[in-house]
Design a protein around this ligand. Sequence first.
Ligand code: ADP
Length: 334
Amino acid sequence: DRIVAGSSMSEEREVEAALRPKHLAEFVGQHRVRNQLSLVLEAAKLRGATADHILLSGPPGLGKTTLSMIVAEEMNAPLRISSGPAIQHSGDLAAILSSLTEGEVLFLDEIHRMSRPAEEMLYMAMEDFRVDIVVGKGAGATSIPLELPHFTIVGATTRAGLLPGPLRDRFGFTGHLDFYSNDELELVLRRSATMLDMHLTSEAFTEIATRSRGTPRIANRLLRRVRDWALVNQLSDVDARAAAAALDMYEVDSRGLDRLDRSVLDALCTKFHGGPVGLSTLAIAVGEEVETVETVAEPYLVREGLLGRTPRGRIAMPAAWEHLGLTPPEDTST
Ligand code: ADP
């Protein structure tokens, strides 16, 4: 488990739940999605109807689950949580749908990973609030229509493009969550620090925010590591130096890179003179699987403008040399 991973670790579920904002007004950043969502919910309340189905897309850790809980809270409705991988048979979905109550919010995480038959059942349920339950097998099979109460699906996916068109079309509202700015992450951290009864200087919040990779979940996780460090070192007030020292110990550097990220950049610069080098060669050089380098390290390095992907292979960008404190070789091509 990487400390800078956007997805959640099993042992942090409880503390995460405690830090979740309960209302839209407390939800930091994502102004466009928040305003649009607020309108959707407000209009539904005025109509006295359930809210349209909502699709939230974006990388892990940016607040999709939190928003689904807020939707239920704001609509004063119960919330049921499930996920695509948990629904492999249409029967699994039928069981969930037939037990929903009027107005209930059903959060389906990783909705793009649902099985085909379940997906097809979901189309009908979302549109007509009805499912056909097939009883029996072969020639004797009959389908029994079942009316469902009105409900709101909140679907979450890392990429809306992964969803089949017909499913995507059944959502009345689609919101895309983007990475947070450092200022926004500082707000998340300030709120969490208050709840955890921690005292940090303004610079300490900045220090943690800049290492959090635009992701509230990572920000909160780093904050907890800083809290442990402060506790052991008997520090009641945390300043920037203390925060930096704590996070250095966990090998999260000033740009939020961990050991894997840095070793990829370091190999690229020192072993391959900045590239271009093929992905598999680079992976061997750092002793990792190709897939790990490609899916775990690369996206953030590319996003940060540290690594470039070219048709001839991976290259180190000028910012990479600078970050590692290395001098790029003289450019002999011009
Ligand atoms: P996702 O479902 O997108 O993976 P979550 O909703 O589980 O992300 O959020 C992860 C953690 O980050 C939660 O503990 C939540 O409190 C925090 N968080 C996410 N977005 C925000 C936000 N906009 N404001 C405050 N905290 C947030």
